[in-house]
Design a protein around this ligand. Structure first.
Ligand code: ADP
Ligand code: MG
Length: 252
């Protein structure tokens, strides 16, 4: 039975998609069959893995009941790494889900048909705490929370942790926080050091040892449709995501 990680933070631009794509690629590189499910209507994970966001069945078709998750899985250019693409239509799901009976279980039910086939599944959440994120957290075993090392880093984290606690209580007792991940860390600035210290003081148990540095290769790789370890295997971003994948696997 595979393990399912959601990558969530209601803030945009904190490194959710970058983390989803790159930690998945590192786990796949280690030989585990790995699935990414793109749950954001912006389709950044889909496009960043070299797919067109308007062709073929997407997670929106799965949520709308037009196909099974298994029919939406595509193999990527990376060995052991598959994807369920998103589509811009998914933007409608935030309106449609609240009207659907049992909508909070829609992702969990959809995953049932693929869970056995993949050792690891990573769910790339949209930048909100709306119904799609709730349904995604209700389907996950673990959540990874990327936190950008900038001034407002801690803002919104309390709301996210409350949501996780609510979902644990009401819908998904399996859900656990795998860890908080400091991203886009600029080691040359005092601010980044201060934010890192503050986040580690607030959440001593939760923060991963691995810190993701600000690294231009991480930003360039999606435009080549590749995870960073296939674009520039020896850059600082690749080293960091390899280290993170080990920590994520070790936390179980
Ligand atoms: P989110 O999914 O949370 O909105 P993204 O992963 O898309 O965030 O990251 C936002 C932007 O920052 C993207 O353009 C991405 O390429 C860039 N980015 C993410 N992480 C890094 C990093 N460690 N170094 C440099 N750029 C990064
Ligand atoms: Mg994203």
């Amino acid at each position: 039975m595979g393990i399912v990680h959601a990558i969530a933070n209601q803030k945009g631009g904190v490194g959710k998609t970058t983390t989803t794509v790159n930690v998945s690629a590192c786990v796949a590189e280690a030989g585990y069959s790995t699935l990414i499910v793109d749950l954001d209507a912006q389709c950044n994970a889909t496009v960043g893995l070299g797919f067109d966001k308007t062709v073929g069945p997407s997670i929106y078709d799965v949520i709308s009941g037009r196909c099974e998750m298994t029919d939406a899985v595509v193999a990527t250019a990376v060995d052991n790494l598959s994807l369920v693409p998103s589509s811009p239509d998914l933007a409608g799901a935030s309106v449609e889900l609240p009207r659907m009976e049992g909508s909070e279980a829609v992702i969990r039910n959809a995953l049932a048909s693929v869970r056995e086939k993949f050792d690891y599944t990573f769910l790339d959440c949209p930048p909100s705490l709306g119904p799609l994120t709730v349904a995604t957290l209700a389907a996950a075993d673990r959540v990874i929370v990327p936190v950008q090392t900038e001034y407002f880093a801690l803002e919104g984290l309390a709301g996210l942790l409350d949501t996780v606690a609510l979902i644990q209580r009401e819908m998904n007792p399996n859900l656990r926080i795998s860890g908080m991940l400091l991203t886009m860390h600029d080691g040359r600035t005092r601010l980044a050091e201060d934010v890192e210290r503050e986040v580690r003081e607030h959440f001593p148990e939760l923060v991963f040892d691995t810190v993701i540095p600000r690294n231009v290769r991480l930003a360039e790789a999606p435009s080549f449709g590749l995870p960073v370890i296939h674009y520039d295997p020896h850059c600082a971003g690749s080293d960091a995501y390899f280290a993170l994948a080990k920590e994520v696997a070790a936390r179980g």
